[in-house]
Design a protein. Structure first.
Length: 174
């Protein structure tokens, strides 16, 4: 399958990423238990922040366009625990804000002995009983095609990715 033969309408723009600043502003306003949820599951009440990384990512996309962005990556170990011991939002925010981190907020989550999975913040919801962070999987995507689709450049997704030459050969980025 080639990445650039699908019509532009099949590529969906990602929602704007949650930044560390926007999350900290929201989380520090209340002292509610933090619940992280994705597709029917919730991290255990004993979840543990194993590390926080600030990274600057530099690379090339499949269309040979240079890319660079900042990320704050929060690695969490999903552990059971009593509900009364669940981390509160003010503590979570103070840990994240300790080093004045910046950029897109990304979560790496794993249960003991399992592989890490990447998630981005889909929404943050302050409910009366908890601060619920809804997570969405961070999936791979063709960045040039996504940008073309988001910019309403219908029909140009292939050119944005493959510069026309590879598209004519029926291959992406070859």
């Amino acid at each position: 399958m080639t990445c650039c033969t699908a019509p532009a309408a099949s590529f969906e723009a990602k929602p704007a990423p949650a930044t560390i600043g926007s999350y900290l502003d929201f989380a520090s306003t209340a002292n509610l238990p933090v619940k992280l949820r994705h597709a029917g599951w919730e991290l255990g009440a004993g979840f543990h922040i194993t590390e926080i990384k600030h990274t600057t990512v530099r690379g090339l996309d499949c269309g040979r366009n240079e890319e660079a962005w900042d990320e704050t990556v929060v690695q969490l170990l999903d552990l059971p625990g009593p509900e009364e011991g669940r981390m509160k939002s003010a503590k979570f925010a103070s840990i994240l804000g300790h080093k004045q981190l910046q950029g897109e907020l990304v979560f790496e989550i794993s249960r003991p002995g399992e592989a890490l999975a990447l998630y981005q913040v889909a929404a943050v919801d302050a409910q009366p009983e908890a601060l619920v962070v809804h997570l969405a999987p961070r999936a791979a995507h063709c960045k040039p095609a996504t940008r073309a689709s988001a910019g309403n450049l219908a029909g140009q997704a292939g050119d944005a990715c493959c510069g026309g030459t590879a598209k004519a050969k029926g291959q992406c980025c070859a």
